[in-house]
Design a protein around this ligand. Structure first.
Ligand SMILES: Cc1ncc(COP(=O)(O)O)c(C=O)c1O
Length: 402
């Protein structure tokens, strides 16, 4: 991903476009507000009763740029970081992140030695993985015991040990000098949509924890809470919480808490062409939009290759001059046509906001998601690598949100 660290100061609300980004690259960029991330970390920590936060920064920090997100949240006091993949964890460590990094999906390649060397924390859920780590540890001179987190499948039915696999995985840990059970986790399928099912999962988790403890293990870190559970299900809090989406400013939870979260991503570009068309003129591929009146159509240099959902064709809006202006016709790979007939002051160079605020109006990732029958998760992680990330806000820690 192209990353541009342009300035340490927040720019004025009206136009947060860093001047250098405007002149050197195409005008499309994603501004990541690091102060908003820090603020959200403090909101989430307060909602979790002060529990340590393992900030989930997989998928390049939900599209915000894992390196910058992790560095800022580390400075703000995050306990550690959760990623999906070994390569994400290795990249963060290589960048100098010192806090614990948990590889939540486990390790599916052959990077066990590198993971041990980098003192990362793999999740395991089968005996073969435990043995692979035990072999990697045995080959190293490092005498320190190597911690593993054991994932329990309590109802998500994707990854995790249960029944005989749980027994076999525990036996492998018990028979492997050099590794120990540092943590136990599960993942909830319905923390935001079905509290009863989430509680059922926690009952199964408790049964597994009882088995684990009865065999003499004393895991230091038991964890189960994604964002929704962190904000709504204190029963799932255990020793640390594991939020992702809430840190980026979205998610489900009690209205006052959700209202305090600040979306951290703003995706913008600018008008590169304008044309006046008579009534009855077609616009874009397949002519799916025809002007009903004399119309002004603006062209934006952004398209589905940047992450604009094609399903937003003739459905979505962008903000220009503080107005919600409709997408006219098909979203194409690199370009977007916007009906700006009702925004007469629009000119070539006018800023267009695809996600974020402008002039008091706002488009959130949830709304963008609704045009494509998807979620804010997919919208945020879908802003493509072609869109440069520009970081706003202080590089160091800020005062906790009041
Ligand atoms: C294992 C695990 N924990 C925590 C999270 C964070 O979830 P959320 O972004 O809903 O907070 C995820 C994300 O999918 C995950 O896979």
């Amino acid at each position: 991903m192209a990353q541009i660290q342009l300035r340490a100061q927040r720019t004025p609300a009206r136009d947060s476009r860093p001047a250098a980004g405007r002149s050197r690259v195409r005008p499309t960029y994603a501004a990541v507000d690091l102060d908003a991330l820090a603020h959200n970390l403090h909101v989430v920590t307060a909602a979790a009763g002060g529990a340590p936060v393992l900030a989930v920064v997989k998928a390049d920090g939900y599209g915000h740029g894992a390196a910058a997100v992790a560095q800022r949240l580390e400075a703000e006091g995050a306990f550690g970081f959760g990623v999906a993949l070994a390569e994400e964890a290795l990249a963060l460590r290589a960048l100098g992140v010192r806090r614990p990094i948990v590889i939540l999906n486990g390790v599916h390649g052959a990077a066990h030695a590198e993971i041990v060397d980098a003192r990362l924390t793999p999740v395991v859920y089968d005996p073969g993985e435990v043995e692979a780590f035990a072999r990697a540890v045995a080959c190293r001179r490092d005498e320190r015991p190597f911690g593993l987190h054991l994932k329990i499948d309590t109802g998500m039915a994707r990854l995790g040990a249960f029944g005989q696999t749980l027994d076999a995985t525990l036996r492998a840990i018990e028979q492997s000098p050099g590794v120990f059970l540092e943590g136990v986790l599960t993942h909830l399928a319905t923390a935001d949509t079905d509290r009863d099912f989430a509680l059922e999962q926690l009952v199964r988790f408790e049964l597994s924890l009882a088995t684990i403890r009865a065999r003499g293990h004393r895991p230091r870190w038991v964890h189960a809470s994604n964002s929704a559970a962190t904000l709504m299900l204190p029963e799932a809090r255990y020793d640390l919480v594991r939020p992702g989406i809430a840190l980026y400013g979205y998610g489900a939870g009690p209205a006052p808490t959700v209202a305090r979260l600040r979306p951290a991503l703003r995706v913008c570009t600018e008008v590169v062409a304008l044309r006046d068309l008579p009534a009855g003129a077609p616009v874009g591929y397949d002519c799916t939009f025809t002007t009903r009146r004399p119309s002004r159509i603006a062209t934006l240099p952004v398209g589905y290759a940047d992450g604009v959902r094609r399903a937003a064709s003739n459905r979505g809006v962008v903000l220009i001059e503080g107005r919600r202006c409709p997408i006219a016709g098909r979203v194409s790979m690199d370009l977007l046509s916007i009906d700006v007939t009702d925004a007469p002051s629009v000119h070539v160079g006018s800023e267009a906001v695809l996600i974020g605020e402008q002039g008091g109006a706002r488009i959130e990732a949830n709304e963008v998601a609704s045009w494509a029958d998807t979620t804010a998760y997919e919208v945020l992680t879908g802003v493509s690598v072609r869109v440069p990330r520009v970081y706003l806000g202080a590089a160091g820690p800020s005062a906790p949100a009041g």
